[in-house]
Ligand binder design. Structure first.
Ligand SMILES: [Zn+2]
Length: 391
């Protein structure tokens, strides 16, 4: 697919409109309604809004064939350092060929590209069904909104449009947060021998967890097990030996790691210690309130994945990238995204591909090269045109 001038203008204008309506996780209503309106205006066959507020547009090809789903999230992270921005984060201005603003790279540009691309393809030449989903709450809880979409709209393969700088993302680390609860015994701090200080137990347990040998993968590098929070009770602690302590670890896990195996690694390193019985490890639960008022709830465990290079979607995307004259670079995805649900949890053939550099995402002066926005639109369109074609 090659965009004409009018199409280029339309994709860019739509990306600018999306940037101009802010929407952090749980506050995506305006973005969703803009997407809904645009899909209808572009002539999608059906447009749905699910109970969680994700918008799903469907384009039917004239010939039978597989269902390809392209997904982009509608939420963005908040503006933490407004004074460090040289441009209005919600202005969507173009400066020297760069589209500036929160979400330009992550990932309103890509969302505009996939939504427009589905309306530029020649339906008479298309096999199967193309679904474009604009999903909510990814920044707080990757995967869960997409799972609900896939329950209602089963797909054969998936493209997640997160920023890869036009490289083909074929593998991704999973994620998990593990909480630790330590129970001691309360006492007056002048008589600590009468209590059991939960912080002391926790410190020893944490030390052992730091000693867990980290595994590594040739493409994804080392897994990560990082302590990110500690709390104790009572707090403030004046006068008391604390009887409770909590810790929280964020883990970036490699493909093949299971919930049980990961928890076993935390538990086993405490074996035969005097605090072993005082400690419980558990996978944390995340609960996000969507803008519709519905809750997305789930255990924070999403397995990593490695795609099959012989899968239809892999070949489809390689062919699309080559047709659009972009160097074909395979890329291990370093961050967690909705592909953790489609491929990690469900094993659906998935690739990650989008315009923009993740290095500038979530930071002041986030930007997207306009020429890459157009290139990505052409790649998405070409991948849709290859749907159901034997490659
Ligand atoms: Zn993102």
């Amino acid at each position: 697919m090659k965009l004409n001038r009018i199409q280029q203008e339309e994709v860019l204008t739509f990306a600018q409109q999306l940037i101009r309506v802010p929407g952090t996780s749980g506050n995506e209503r305006q973005v969703a309604s803009l997407v809904n309106q645009k899909m209808k205006e572009l002539g999608y066959d059906h447009v749905h809004v699910d109970p969680y507020g994700s918008v799903i547009g469907v384009v039917e090809g004239l010939h039978p064939g597989p269902t390809l789903l392209l997904d982009g999230h509608t939420d963005v992270v908040p503006i933490h350092e407004p004074h460090q921005w040289s441009y209005d984060p919600h202005g969507g201005v173009v400066v020297d060929g760069k589209l500036m603003g929160r979400g330009a790279a992550d990932m309103k540009g890509s969302l505009a590209a996939m939504i427009c691309a589905a309306s530029y393809i020649d339906r008479a030449a298309i096999a199967g069904t193309i679904i474009v989903s604009a999903s909510v709450a990814e920044e707080l809880m990757p995967g869960r909104a997409l799972e609900k979409i896939l329950d209602a709209f089963p797909a054969d393969s998936v493209i997640i449009g997160e920023p890869t700088d036009l490289r083909l993302g074929f593998t991704e680390k999973g994620r998990c947060t593990i909480g630790m609860k330590v129970m001691g015994k309360i006492a007056h701090s002048s008589r600590p021998e009468l209590g059991e200080n939960a912080i002391y137990y926790a410190v020893n347990a944490i030390d052992r967890i730091k000693g867990i040998p980290l595994r590594s993968d040739t493409e994804l590098g080392s897994e990560v097990i990082e302590l990110v929070e500690i709390r104790s009770s009572p707090s403030p602690g004046n006068g008391s030996v604390p009887d409770q302590c909590w810790g929280l670890w964020e883990c970036r896990i490699l493909p093949g790691e299971s919930k049980k195996a990961l928890l076993d690694r935390f538990n086993n390193c405490q074996n035969d210690t005097r605090w072993q019985e005082k400690i419980r490890f558990a996978i944390e639960t995340i609960d996000v309130v969507c803008y519709t008022g519905k809750h997305l709830v789930g255990k924070d465990f999403l397995p990593g994945w490695k795609g099959d290079e012989n899968s239809r979607i892999h070949r489809q995307m390689e062919a699309a990238i080559e047709r659009c004259g972009i160097p074909l670079i395979h890329w291990p995805v370093p961050y967690g995204c909705n592909a953790l649900a489609s491929c990690g949890l469900r094993g659906l053939p998935t690739v990650v591909f989008g315009p923009g550099d993740v290095a500038c995402a979530h930071r002041p002066n986030e930007f997207l090269l306009v020429r890459d926005l157009w290139k990505a639109t052409e790649v998405f369109g070409s991948a849709m045109e290859f749907n159901g074609v034997l490659l």
